[in-house]
Design a protein around this ligand. Sequence first.
Ligand code: MIC
Ligand code: SF4
Length: 648
Amino acid sequence: MGMSLTRKILEKHIVEGSWSPGEEIGIRVDQTLTQDATGTMAYLQFEAMGIPRVKTELSVSYVDHNTIQIGFENADDHRYLQSVARKYGIHFSRPGNGICHQVHLERFGKPGRTLLGSDSHTPTGGGIGMIAIGAGGLDVAMAMGGAPFYLACPKVIGIHLRGKLRDWVSAKDVILKVLELFSTKGNVGCIFEYHGPGLEGLSVPERATITNMGAECGVTTSIFPSDGATRAFLRAQGREADWTELLPDADAAYDRVVELDLSTLEPLAATPHSPGNIKTVRALAGLKVDQVCLGSCTNSAYTDLVRVARMLAGKTVHPGVSFVITPGSKQVVQTIARDGHLATLIAAGARMVEPTCGFCIGNSQSPNSGAVSLRTSNRNFEARSGTKDAQVYLVSPEVAAAAVLTGAVTDPRDLGLRYPEVQMPQAFVVEDNLIIRPEETERPAEVAIQRGPNIGEPLVNPPFPASLQGVVAIKVGDKITTDHIIPAGARMKYRSNIKKYSEFVFENVDAGFPKRAAGYRDQGLHNVIVGGVSYGQGSSREHASICPSFLGVKVVLAKSFERIHAANLLNFGIVPLTFVNEADYDALQADDRLDFGDIRARLARDNRFGVQNRTRGTTLEVSCELTERQRQIVLAGGALSAVKSQAR
Ligand code: MIC
Ligand code: SF4
């Protein structure tokens, strides 16, 4: 049998281990990206490693998340990031240039390269045939320092596309269908590889919509081949020289193949509060809509905005609807302006905001109380919009525009409009004047790093304790996201200040948690978080691990974990344990005292061991599947502690 494209690219990058699904491999990272909300901490950690210049082929630092600038914190972070980029040889994409994933696809991504990004939607790069993976900031910092990135050698799931999308059905509906088929859990360690004759009709922006939101399934990444459509996109970017053809073998072996006939799809929506709760738009038709948001790092491309402009031309936004647009990049804004579509959107009443994460991360444009908000972004977790009781639905740009016109959920096929055919332009506006490239002649030692008062220190833990007396500081349910663990939105400006940010751990779940946990910690107890299935979904933010670690959490005991979060727990000295018998989850209660015995020795020795519940007089069995490398990291107190003790 031949090879999948995933395997071909990964095999070229493996520097430790070998191709054997499930086993740990270390890969060479060609490119990295960071964004400001995860980047400040990643660079504080990079600084702590004492490496003079980044060792990757290309590293880019984007500013796109924290751009609201109420107070000094965001702007201080931007200054810090700019000075770090200059010192260490990193490209700096200034605020206003656009959202990291869209800009990276446009200006830097290259087929066949590996990309590691401190953001869970880094897989967007799979739209042009990259192996693009999201990770915690510390893993990205280590990769910038030349270390391999470690992951479980993936199972490759082939998604075989045939047929052609019908009018009014778009790439968003493809990925919503994939979410319906695979759900948001149980896909850890897999990569989706799209192939088959249906590829032909899909342009790079459409492919990138699909790979971007594959993150919601919890896969390691998603990838499309690099073919004629990839070439056309790179040509329109003035980057045809970066194109190479990369295809899977005709008889490629996949661990599983799923067939998807594009011609059978219809407009879909993810309903509150999970990207996996899929319904047809027709089933929701008539629901009154208060807000429509177009854009974010998905569905914010030229073609998305132009199709909506065509639908709204000469009309006005429905009086019951607030309609906001966050284009993906400055390039998108300039190209829609060049072609006259920006004027159409403004005339119709769209509220244009700068190309940033904005509404998607809930630090602006929060909807009214109890609102129904239709968004083309990728996550609709409870409270993420900044309004706790808002009902957020994820839809295609076409469905979003239909609601802008009617004020209610409407299947665009029922509008009676002619379908607006939109082609990707032959040439985008290319003007990279907001990207500051590192100077080869720079003298790094002479570049001073600028720090404001909000910029603290990275967390470096002492070694993991020899024995552990735990207390269940909180018990949560299934599918707890990192947004539940540490909210973004208005709180995100404290990303560089661990002590302050820790005050908001579990804010929307149990606001008493930080005080309680700190209290137990100060009594010498070790905090334990008990979770259900798929703990740590969503964002890559390592603060969902750093802040609990700061509050004295040493163990998360859950039914299962998501990939990025599990790695982040280890990186900050928290042991992820799973229940051997899931029924033990039910028996555990908040405040139960748990005796883990000589846990250091046990972790070094066993994959499974018993834990005494001193409150209930019972024993429960837990499992810990760690590689030797992971065990050493967690026992050192985390990855930075391990690096520092190695250096000593
Ligand atoms: C998100 O979409 O949740 C974010 C905000 O982009 C995060 C990163 C972060 O929390 O800074 C992500 O996706 O990793
Ligand atoms: Fe930004 Fe939203 Fe994309 Fe995250 S998902 S990178 S917050 S636009």
